[in-house]
Design a protein around this ligand. Sequence first.
Ligand SMILES: *Cc1c(COP(=O)(O)O)cnc(C)c1O
Length: 421
Amino acid sequence: MHEFKYSNRQLYCEKIRVEELALRFGTPLYVYSYHTLIGHYLKLKEAFKEIDPLICYSVKANSNLALLKALVDKGSGLDIVSGGELFRAIQVGCPAAKIVYASVGKTDREIEEALARGILFFNVESFPELENINRIASKLHKTASVAIRINPDVEPKTHKFITTGKITNKFGIDLKSAEKILLRCMSYPNVNISGLHIHIGSQITESAPFVAAITKMVDFIDRLKTKGLSIEYLNIGGGLGIIYDRESPQTAQKFAHKVLPLLKKTGLRIILEPGRFIVGNAGILVTRVLYVKSTPKKKFVIVDAGMNDLIRPALYSAYHNILPLRAKEEARREKVDIVGPICESGDFIAKERRLPVVREGGYLAVMGTGAYGFSMSSNYNSRRRPQEVLVIKDKVFIIRKRESYSDLVRNENIPAFLFGL
Ligand SMILES: *Cc1c(COP(=O)(O)O)cnc(C)c1O
């Protein structure tokens, strides 16, 4: 469900015609729908209301301050993966007790900052990291709360770059080693192991991998109990898939129905870390057709958004639906490649796609780009990163202005010797 719909053959975001936004703000342009964003958060909250979990939105999916603030205001916590994301979480006033921090490579400085803020817990991904957190906490005369991130070794049936819960992935700790750590927790006097964490991958459309992973956790928690070890939290991560193409992912309701019985069995406080599920369909990337180029073998639609604005097609061979902002009556279609202006053959948004014939100067919407769109953007080819706007009903707000050329070189410096001084 999302709030991007045609009316009189024109694409709207909530109550605003998207072409109006393109003309007013220029392209490429990320457009987000407030009600789609919040709607997804509330849907998940409602589906799990029996156990009243803490939902920690995964900041890396889209870290714009306005979107974070909107979610935090509705009661969401935040799942962070860096000091920079902690900074953002604090900027939007997220209570520290609702922040969880995962990453295989937390630096000393990042650990110190998070400890100083008093976050709910670190999701610890290795034995050396645990020792380091203990050392830093001791130095600061604090006790660090941690959850052990378990690598449950399950196959999530998604793209291999976004699979994180197989034993060959760099994430988490295997069950045997985790048990050893828990039995030895006395040797970490400045650490309080308060939970277990899993996050098995992203864009997972079925419940089976989640059920498999959570079942392993339930068994593990039982086993710990027999050894006199008890914990408070079970964090089941994110990874819920959305519709990009012809997937029919489980709804929040169906997902909850499958995993709730297992979660209730643990008696623990449950945490969810959804990213894509909340923001994925709440955003589109609007782009303008610069040229239509026919070659002996192909037709290319060259647009003004490149892989620096949206890298998912190049990185994950991701599929994004592409819609014209004006739908024509007679929809003659042709097969085209939609490509950006960047000097890379990987710079494409879609390949061999049957689209209604488009003209130079026309606008296209790349759908489902709210998650891992802007947050993965870069300045490659010295391109200014796009503007982002948030629509709520018939109102629009600029939530990140388009970068300027001076933004591009702001932190660069030409040493005096190069001027012959
Ligand atoms: C990326 C990430 C998430 C969010 O994943 P989605 O697929 O966007 O839901 C949650 N938890 C952790 C630890 C992550 O790294």
